[in-house]
Design a protein around this ligand. Structure first.
Ligand code: G1P
Length: 280
């Protein structure tokens, strides 16, 4: 039973500059909502009511966004957010220094206590909610699990990559994890996409992890230690993932989700068609 979610949202939005010069990358809008709201909703719709967001310098707008609003509830998206906020508790902790994702996750130790927990990166959106699927797999196998997706080989150096053997369906047993390998060093093209179920022994592993790629404490390196101690599984997610940490994917996410939107999708489709006519 996974009851708690941790959302790291402390990293710089370097690849989104200058949009993120004075606002957190997690607050960048995708159609109707900031990215982090999609992530909190994913946790909520996966059955989780206790959420810890790890923030840091320059991230205060995230805390303000999750205050109950005193604005008139005419906007349906605002009303929906307020309804969810009624049912969940969101806690915040600030990472003292930006020392990497592994270091940020360390701040969740007392919140998590002795239970397995879901970890959702705050700049990544998944449809349908990947966390819900991971919880389902975790309930069956009771091991830590990372969601992965296939990426083009030339992109492996942007992700944590797993080496694994298939144990059935979309589930793999992890043999190794490597943070952002070169094409030559990558054992597969199965990339960690930013959704995890971890057990509290990850915190000891983080403690023992030395700075790795980019001189940061990497969560992937800590999971490599965890995988040496207990079996870890990978789950091949078949849905859509948008990494809002870079401009191209952010724009693609806006286009795809706007096209799917029941309120504005039709008009956007017509607009795009009219642009194609214009360019012909
Ligand atoms: C982080 C993780 C990486 C993972 C990626 C998913 O990297 O370190 O293992 O594949 O998120 O987006 P970042 O994108 O923060 O550089």
């Amino acid at each position: 039973m996974i009851k708690k979610a941790v959302i790291p949202a402390a990293g710089y939005g370097t690849r989104m500059l200058p949009i993120t010069k004075a606002q957190p990358k997690e607050m960048v809008p995708v159609v109707h909502k900031p990215v982090i709201q999609y992530v909190v909703e994913e946790a909520y719709y996966s059955g989780i009511k206790d959420i810890l967001i790890i923030t840091g310098k320059g991230k205060r707008a995230i805390e303000d966004h999750f205050d109950r609003s005193d604005l008139p509830k005419k906007d349906r998206y605002l009303a929906e957010l307020d309804r969810i906020l009624e049912e969940i508790d969101i806690f915040f902790v600030r990472q003292k220094e930006q020392k990497g994702l592994g270091d940020a996750v360390r701040y969740a130790e007392s919140f998590v206590d002795d239970e397995p927990f879901a970890l959702l990166l705050g700049d990544t959106i998944t449809f349908p909610p990947c966390t819900k699927e991971l919880i389902h797999i975790h309930n069956k196998y009771k091991t830590p699990i990372v969601a992965v997706e296939e990426v083009p080989m030339e992109k492996v150096s942007l992700y944590g990559i797993i080496a694994c053997k298939k144990i059935g369906g979309l589930v793999y047993q992890i043999e190794d994890l490597i943070e952002k390998p070169s094409v030559d060093d990558a054992p597969t093209n199965l990339a960690i996409l930013g959704r995890y179920i971890l057990t509290p022994d990850i915190f000891d592993c983080i403690q023992e992890t030395k700075p790795g790629k980019d001189n940061e404490i990497q969560l992937t390196d800590a999971m490599k230690l965890l995988n040496n101690r207990k079996r870890m599984y990978g789950y091949l997610f078949r849905g859509k993932r948008y990494d809002i940490g870079n401009k191209l994917d952010w724009l693609k996410a806006n286009m795809e989700l706007a096209l799917k939107d029941e309120e504005i999708g039709g008009e956007i489709r017509e607009f795009i068609k009219s642009m194609e006519v214009y360019h012909d």
